[in-house]
Design a protein around this ligand. Structure first.
Ligand SMILES: [Zn+2]
Length: 381
C-alpha cells in the first residue's frame, strides 16, 4: 500500500508534484500525479476539493500510477501545484475521527458494533448493531466528550501483514498480504483505515449525538462534531429567534404557542364550515325562489356548490340549475342539478364553454374548469 502525502500528513495544505500523464476526458483533462495532498474518496470519507495550478479540481480518481485530478484545461509544465480546500478537509477530519471515537466507545461500553458509516452534509450517521435507549445515547455522548477533553493523541502506523497477529486491532480485512495502515486513538482504539484524521481528540471540540433511530434491528446514530456543533448551534439560535418574533413569545413557550394556534385553527375551520353550510342553504333557497337558473360565486368550491344545489333542488324539484365558482376567465368549478335528461344534455356543453371536464349521473353533473366564461354559461341557460 503506497500512502499519499494527504495520508502521511493530514495537515499539509499544498505541494508541488510531478505530472506523470495528462489524459483527455469529456469537458477537460485528467492529470495523473504521483502524489497529492487531495484525498480521493475512500473508507466512508468523501473526496477533497482543491485546485491544481489554480484550476478547480472537478474530480479525483485512484489509478495504478497515481491519482487522476480532473480539471478543465491542460496544465503547462512538468509539475503542478496542488492546493487543498482546508476548511472542507478539516470538517471531514473532524467528522471522520469522531466516528472512530464514537464507534470505539459504543463497542466497548455498550456492545454495539458499527455496521456502516455515512459522512454526509449536515448530519453524519453511524449504524449500530443494537439499539440504544435515549439514556444510553446520552451516556455515550458524555463518554465521547470526556475523551475529547482528555486530548488523546490520534496517529497512524503501518504494520506488516505478518506482524498483525501481535497487534490488537478491532477489525482486519481477510486475505491481507501487504502492510496495513492502523489508525490509533491512544488508549481507546486501533483500527484499519486509509482516511485522514485530526492529530488529537481535542480537535474534535465537541460531539453531539441526536436521539437514536431504529434501523435494521439496531439503530442509526446521527451526530455532529467539531465546527458543525458551533455552526449548528448558531443556526438553531437564528431559527429560534425568528420563531420567537413570529410567535411573540420566548423559546420556552414555542411548543405551547403552536399547539394553541393549531387548536384555534381547527376551531375556526369548524365555524367556517358550519357558516358555509348555512350560507349555501340560504343561497340555494333564494335561487329556487328566483327566476334565474345560473348562480356564480368567486369563492365557491365544489363542496359549497353541492350545498347550494341540494337546497335549490329540494325547494324547486324539476328545475335545472347551473352553478359556478372561481374567477371569470380563470380556473374554477361548475355543477349542474335538475332533471336527468336535461342535465345529461347540457352538462357537456357547459364543460366545453368553461374549457373543463366533468361527469355525473342521475341529474347531477360536475367538474373543473380551466377558463371560466360566465357570459357563455349564462347564454346556455
Ligand atoms: Zn479513519
Amino acid at each position: 500500500m503506497t500512502l499519499l502525502a494527504c495520508q502521511h500528513d493530514a495537515y499539509r495544505r499544498s505541494m508541488t508534484a510531478a505530472i506523470l500523464d495528462v489524459l483527455p476526458v469529456d469537458g477537460g483533462v485528467e492529470v495523473i500525479l504521483a502524489d497529492t495532498v487531495l484525498y480521493p474518496e475512500g473508507g466512508g470519507q468523501p473526496d477533497d476539493h482543491g485546485t491544481l495550478d489554480g484550476q478547480p479540481v472537478l474530480g479525483l480518481r485512484k489509478t495504478d500510477r497515481g491519482v487522476a485530478h480532473r480539471i478543465a484545461a491542460r496544465p503547462e509544465g512538468e509539475s503542478a501545484e496542488v492546493v487543498l480546500d482546508w476548511t472542507r478537509r478539516l470538517d471531514h477530519m473532524q467528522q471522520h475521527t469522531a466516528q472512530h471515537l464514537i464507534s470505539a466507545i459504543a463497542a466497548d461500553r455498550f456492545s454495539a458494533d458499527t455496521t456502516a458509516f455515512h459522512l454526509r452534509d449536515g448530519l453524519c450517521d453511524i449504524d449500530l448493531s443494537r439499539s440504544l435507549s435515549r439514556a444510553e445515547a446520552d451516556a455515550l455522548q458524555a463518554a465521547v466528550n470526556a475523551e475529547i477533553r482528555a486530548a488523546r493523541a490520534v496517529g497512524a502506523v503501518e504494520v506488516a501483514a505478518a506482524d498483525l497477529d501481535d497487534v490488537r486491532c478491532r477489525k482486519l480485512p481477510d486475505g491481507l498480504t501487504g502492510p496495513v495502515r492502523l489508525v490509533e486513538i491512544d488508549g481507546i482504539d486501533r483500527n484499519t483505515c486509509g482516511g485522514t484524521h485530526v492529530a488529537s481528540t481535542a480537535e474534535l471540540q465537541a460531539v453531539v449525538l441526536l436521539p437514536p433511530l431504529s434501523h435494521k434491528g439496531g439503530c442509526k446514530l446521527r451526530y455532529l462534531a467539531g465546527g458543525r456543533v458551533t455552526d449548528g448551534l448558531s443556526a438553531a439560535h437564528d431559527r429560534e429567534t425568528t420563531l420567537s418574533r413570529a410567535l411573540s413569545c420566548g423559546s420556552d413557550q414555542h411548543a405551547e404557542a403552536i399547539k394553541r394556534m393549531q387548536a384555534e385553527g381547527k376551531a375556526a375551520a369548524r365555524v367556517q364550515k358550519a357558516l358555509q353550510m348555512e350560507l349555501s342553504g340560504l343561497l340555494g333557497g333564494e335561487l329556487a325562489r328566483s327566476e334565474q337558473a345560473h348562480l356564480h360565486r368567486d369563492d365557491a368550491d365544489l363542496g359549497f356548490l353541492r350545498g347550494v344545489a341540494a337546497a335549490a333542488a329540494q325547494r324547486a324539484p324539476g328545475r335545472l340549475f347551473v352553478l359556478t365558482g372561481g374567477t371569470d376567465g380563470g380556473a374554477g368549478v361548475f355543477m349542474l342539478i335538475g332533471p336527468a335528461e336535461a342535465v345529461a344534455a347540457l352538462g357537456p356543453e357547459v364543460a366545453m364553454a368553461v374549457t373543463g371536464r366533468g361527469g355525473g349521473a342521475k341529474g347531477r353533473y360536475q367538474g373543473k374548469a380551466q377558463a371560466l366564461d360566465l357570459a357563455a354559461v349564462s347564454a346556455l341557460v
